[in-house]
Write a protein that binds this ligand. Structure first.
Ligand SMILES: NC(=O)c1ccc[n+]([C@@H]2O[C@H](COP(=O)([O-])OP(=O)(O)OC[C@H]3O[C@@H](n4cnc5c(N)ncnc54)[C@H](OP(=O)(O)O)[C@@H]3O)[C@@H](O)[C@H]2O)c1
Length: 278
């Protein structure tokens, strides 16, 4: 299916780059991929990476496309979709938006209410094909269009469908922003290791391998996360000493508050701010 998709990306930034990379690796035909990207230096970078058609203006980039991927910052979606609407050929063109916080209803109100729209929330591990994407469709999306959207997103990782779009904000806060939480924790662990006398290279290796190993163990075993944690935490041992400190500072509560802040921010993302994405 992926080989014959005529697909346009509006915005050729980080996420579009990951997706195009995944598509090409999975056998997509480069002559069927187009990008609309107004930033000159970005266009130059993209043309070094991919032999696809790259346009300065979005309208030229959507010619003959059956799928338009909106991969611009959330506060730009309204302008972009308003400009494209009259060229979108009704039910034949699927709009696939990856913009955090922009609802299907937002896009319908900025374009036409009868356009097939899929809202997606991917994450940055898509760059190494280890992403997870939640998808949600409006009632105009056909089964075939759903399959096409799924084939695009599954080129860069796992895909799941949501019946209830309301879950998108919390999913943004968990898996959209989630990689950054783990990087934050990993950075802190590297800093702690360095402070305790380990050199930076070794500290990074220890932390990376431990993170990958813990994730792999958690995904391959039937045991719950709590059991896995308890298995490392022997009474009076080193892990228990560390966990006691986490608990004394109520890290669990801090994480809940952080996720809640991200979810609330996701709701307001159509409004410009210094922050830049999901
Ligand atoms: N990064 C993540 O972790 C993540 C996760 C899930 C979802 N998302 C969503 O994915 C979307 C893209 O994020 P990103 O990280 O790829 O952003 P990005 O790297 O900034 O890419 C957006 C690109 O769109 C370009 N652009 C600006 N105005 C445009 C216009 N009118 N028409 C076409 N292109 C235009 C930007 O150029 P300039 O740089 O010149 O403005 C930039 O190259 C966002 O809506 C974000 O919410 C991101």
């Amino acid at each position: 299916m992926i080989q014959k998709l005529n697909i346009s990306f509006i915005g050729g930034g980080n996420m579009a780059h990951s997706l195009i990379h995944g598509l090409i690796d999975n056998g997509a035909d480069v002559s069927r991929i187009k990008i609309g990207e107004p930033n000159h230096s970005r266009r130059k970078e993209l043309s070094k990476s991919f032999k696809v058609e790259i346009h300065e203006d979005n309208l030229s980039s959507i010619k003959n496309s059956e799928i338009i991927v909106l991969a611009v910052k959330p506060h730009i979606v309204e302008t972009v979709i308003t400009d494209l609407t009259e060229k979108i050929s009704h039910s034949k063109t699927l709009v696939l938006s990856i913009a955090a916080g922009i609802t299907i209803q937002n896009i319908e109100s900025w374009s036409r209410p009868d356009i097939p729209i899929i809202r997606a929330m991917p994450n940055t591990p898509s760059l190494v094909k280890a992403g997870i994407t939640a998808l949600c469709a409006n009632s105009y999306v056909t089964l075939n269009q759903k399959k096409k959207a799924e084939s695009i997103m599954s080129a860069v990782g796992t895909v799941l469908w949501l019946e209830d779009e309301k879950l998108m904000n919390i999913i943004t806060a968990i898996s959209g922003s989630g990689p950054a939480y783990f990087f934050y924790f990993m950075e802190s662990l590297v800093q702690a290791a360095i402070l305790e006398g380990i050199d930076e290279k070794l500290a990074k290796k220890l932390v990376l391998e431990t993170t990958i190993g813990a994730a792999q163990l958690a995904s391959e075993t039937q045991e719950s996360l709590s059991i896995l944690r308890e298995k490392v935490t022997s009474r009076g041992g080193t892990t228990e000493a560390a966990i006691e400190v986490f608990e004394a500072y109520d890290v669990n509560e801090v994480i809940k508050k952080a996720v809640s802040a991200a979810r609330i921010r996701a709701k307001n993302l159509a409004i410009p701010s210094g922050d830049n994405n999901g």
